[in-house]
Design a protein around this ligand. Structure first.
Ligand code: NAD
Ligand code: UDP
Ligand code: UDP
Length: 338
């Protein structure tokens, strides 16, 4: 029989709301792609104070430059595998390299980040009585045998493959979240994020959207990995951030899929990038990497019902929104200004 333990006392900072309305929010991995867009959105609310911790492995201060020096913002260089002592009301725990090139670069560090990093964030949440949201991933479904994937599906994951540090790491992170919830009464939220794209994606991280946009801008062939019929569903980053905040503010622990159910083959994605960014580039089929999931598409019924959330930006609307940011970072001016 399950032992029911008392909930920890909520953070004194929560009660401080009666005296000062501010909510103090920690964003781990806030210097990264999704994290920095989340910080932008949280900072729009004048009642929020935001603390970012990041070790800058894949993230960058540049992504946060407009907030550095702001009185409601703090940036701390910190590795989540180490103990962290801060006083906060909410924790968005994103810290973890997300692209295969980076998470395979040092797989032992990736799994430490997922396991020890999440344990530390949970220990912190327990000590201060904060609510904590984990950005898990559609990769917990592995190479799925159910399509589209609902939250009830347990996944088809290789425990000893080259992606395991990431997908098994996130599965353990989810387990830790639920064990802290059941055993210590911590308020948890778990988002299972599906492929997300938008400005500030790392240019060299090998992800398909950033690769294709950079290739189209540089006038290079778009590298479709064989067979090109594998599918993904791409969510624009502003929709993602909106979903994460709704999940944090709502009453459901999750896990909840957050993604755009519009499903495209990699060949279709290449054709769209070609048409929208540079019609003159060819498409080239190249070798794929091991364990590449053949199809992936979220079932977002739960997000719609429980969060009142669904994506609003289509792929064809979102792709052109990345062009200016990529041109600027690649140093390739647009045709009009050249
Ligand atoms: P990102 O690589 O841009 O951001 C991750 C951030 O975490 C970076 O700023 C990095 O420097 C930081 N970080 C990594 N290890 C750290 C450590 N040990 N200590 C402190 N900071 C550390 O990736 P992203 O796309 O913004 O992803 C953010 C989160 O969303 C990740 O948890 C990722 O697993 C999840 N996610 C992303 C996608 C996607 O399509 N982008 C899909 C599924 C899940
Ligand atoms: N922890 C942290 N900040 C805190 C509280 C805890 O980083 O404010 C870390 C702590 O170092 C520990 C982990 O979170 O390794 C888990 O903490 P918990 O209290 O749950 O477990 P214990 O310390 O009893 O092992
Ligand atoms: N992919 C591709 N060309 C590239 C990079 C990736 O065709 O230049 C394919 C890859 O084989 C995979 C899909 O795009 O099927 C998505 O890969 P990504 O690394 O972006 O994300 P993930 O596999 O984590 O979903």
């Amino acid at each position: 029989q399950a032992v029911v333990r008392p909930r920890p006392t909520p953070s004194p900072l929560r009660f401080s709301k009666f005296f000062q309305a501010n909510m103090r929010i920690l964003v781990s991995g806030g210097a990264g792609f999704i994290g920095s867009h989340l910080v932008d959105k949280l900072m729009e609310n004048e009642k929020n104070e935001v603390i970012v911790v990041d070790n800058f492995f894949t993230g960058s201060k540049d992504n946060l430059k407009k907030w550095i020096g702001h009185p409601r913002f703090e940036l701390i260089r910190h590795d989540v595998t180490e103990t962290l002592l801060v006083e906060v009301d909410q924790i968005y725990h994103l810290a973890c390299p997300a692209s295969p090139i980076f998470y395979k670069y040092n797989p032992v560090k990736t799994i430490k980040t997922n396991v020890i990093g999440t344990l530390n964030m949970l220990g912190l949440a327990k000590r201060v009585g904060a609510r904590i949201l984990l950005t898990s991933t559609s990769e917990v479904y592995g190479d799925p045998l159910q399509h589209p994937q609902t939250e009830e599906y347990w996944g088809n994951v290789n425990p000893i493959g080259v992606r395991s540090c990431y997908d098994e790491g996130k599965r353990v992170a989810e387990t830790l979240m639920f064990d802290y919830h059941r055993q210590h009464g911590i308020e948890i939220r778990i988002a299972r994020i599906f492929n997300t794209y938008g400005p500030r994606m790392n240019i060299d991280d090998g992800r398909v959207v950033s690769n294709f946009i950079a290739q189209a801008i540089r006038g290079e062939p778009l590298t479709v990995q064989a067979p090109g019929t594998q599918t993904r569903s791409f969510c624009y980053v502003s929709d993602m951030v909106d979903g994460l905040i709704r999940l944090m503010e709502g009453e459901n622990t999750g896990p909840i899929n957050i993604g755009n159910p519009g499903e495209f083959t990699m060949m279709e994605l290449a054709e769209n990038v070609k048409e929208l960014i540079n019609p003159n580039v060819p498409v080239k089929i190249v070798e794929n990497t091991p364990d590449d999931p053949r199809q992936r598409k979220p079932d977002i019924t739960k997000a719609k019902e429980l969060l009142g959330w669904e994506p609003t930006v289509t792929l064809r609307e979102g792709l052109p929104l990345m062009e200016d940011d990529f041109r600027q970072r690649l140093g390739v001016p647009s045709k009009q200004s050249s």
